[in-house]
Design a protein around this ligand. Structure first.
Ligand SMILES: Nc1ncnc2c1ncn2[C@@H]1O[C@H](COP(=O)(O)OP(=O)(O)OP(=O)(O)O)[C@@H](O)[C@H]1O
Ligand SMILES: [Mg+2]
Length: 370
């Protein structure tokens, strides 16, 4: 699978852009703030129907413009797909595949997998549990649409249950039958999500360890443990026992929306005790395992987006990654770098088609094969 063309209208700092990419390696170079990450984000958008960085759609629309559009031509298994997403300020997002509108954008997710590696990824280790859930949910959703459906349903019921708890508090009344009906639905969707996550972590783990050992060059005991209220054999009973607490706090305090994934090296949490190098190895191994799992499940190599990773990685880890690129472990690759000469040095020796795009203030001022 590969992205041949992209066109952007008013996406972030791009007013208008049309590019043709290489099927293999694409290097996006340019000064800080020129638009390298924004271009990767547009590619991410074509796959996941949302930005990897912006929290609202409004942030994706170029300042003062009324709308944005991201369009891409993707080749997959001898078929061509013209994918398009657009958002008109304040209106619902529209997505099209070969001219046909999606009824629901979730239908699109997983069709054209991408894996993004960015400097922010250490948040997966350092940040709160929601970031780890987002990582695993994103991954499982891309390989299993039923999981995504369950997750959407769960979040929907959770929202309803929380507003009900608020209403009870505001009106000073309490309808236990109504609350029960939401609780039952939440527990049903939750049990499925729990089972999926648990099974996923065990199948993901061996791949993760292999990458960790390779990248770190060390044999350390690494561990990923899925923590969930649903792990208790009594989760139904436990859940119903939290009613009083939920009513007081006006939100649902137990459930899979509280799950976490513990990361450990040699028996200690990576978050607290891992060295910077161990943390870096850990996140890269997570992402490469993501790549492998998606490749295995989909039968195609995801597009790999590497944002500014040369700044953050030491020579050993860069060498490991480059070795994988050289062995064609990856499919189409996009790499950003503010230092063109470094990109040149790293990729020059690799035998593959390499295209370099020089970006300046939201415009590609030069493109050439390396
Ligand atoms: N909605 C928007 N409208 C206009 N400009 C935007 C919008 N969103 C972001 N930008 C601009 O895009 C630029 C940042 O682009 P981007 O993050 O892609 O830079 P970069 O080339 O990756 O830089 P770095 O090397 O620092 O990572 C900033 O100048 C920012 O102001
Ligand atoms: Mg950037």
């Amino acid at each position: 699978m590969w992205l041949e063309k992209i066109s952007l209208l008013n996406f972030k700092n791009y007013e208008e852009l049309e590019l043709s990419f290489s099927e293999q390696i694409n290097c996006l170079v340019g000064e800080n703030g020129s638009g390298k990450t924004n271009l990767l984000d547009a590619i991410y958008y074509l796959s996941l129907t949302k930005s990897a960085f912006s929290t609202t759609e409004a942030q994706n629309i170029r300042h003062q413009a009324p709308f944005f559009m991201v369009k891409g031509l993707i080749h997959k298994n001898d078929h061509d797909y013209q994918i398009q997403f657009s958002v008109q300020g304040g209106q619902k997002k529209v997505g099209k595949n070969n001219g046909v509108n999606y009824d629901r954008l979730s239908e699109h997710i997983g069709s054209f997998p991408v894996v993004l590696i960015t400097p922010d990824d250490t948040d997966i280790i350092k940040g709160g549990s929601e970031i780890r859930r987002k990582f695993f949910d994103g991954l499982i959703s891309q390989i299993d649409s039923v999981y995504l459906e369950n997750l959407i349903n769960y979040n929907h019921v959770l929202k309803q249950r929380n507003s009900l708890l608020k209403q009870f508090a505001e009106n000073n009344n309490y309808d236990s039958d109504l609350l029960d009906s939401y609780s039952d639905q939440l527990l049903d969707f939750g049990a499925k999500i729990y089972a999926y996550r648990k099974a996923f972590v065990s199948s993901f783990f061996p791949t993760f360890i292999a990458h960790y050992d390779n990248i770190s060059g060390q044999k350390e005991t690494v561990k990923i443990t899925h923590q969930s209220d649903f792990a208790s054999g009594n989760y139904r009973k436990d859940f119903f026992q939290t009613y009083q607490k939920d009513l007081v706090l006006q939100r649902t305090t137990k459930g899979v929306h509280k799950d976490d994934f513990d990361f450990e090296i040699n028996g200690f949490p990576v978050k607290k005790y891992g060295s910077q190098g161990q943390q870096k190895s850990f996140v890269i191994a997570l992402k490469l395992a993501q790549f492998d799992i998606m490749k295995l499940e989909k039968g195609i190599k995801p597009i790999l987006l590497l944002d500014d990773i040369f700044d953050k990685l030491d020579d050993l880890r860069i060498a490991k990654l480059v070795e994988m690129v050289a062995h064609h472990s990856f499919g189409q690759l996009f790499v950003t770098d503010a230092r063109p000469e470094r990109t040149q040095t790293i990729f020059q020796p690799i035998e593959a088609e390499k295209k370099v795009f020089v970006i300046q203030q939201g415009t590609v001022i030069d493109e050439s094969f390396m």
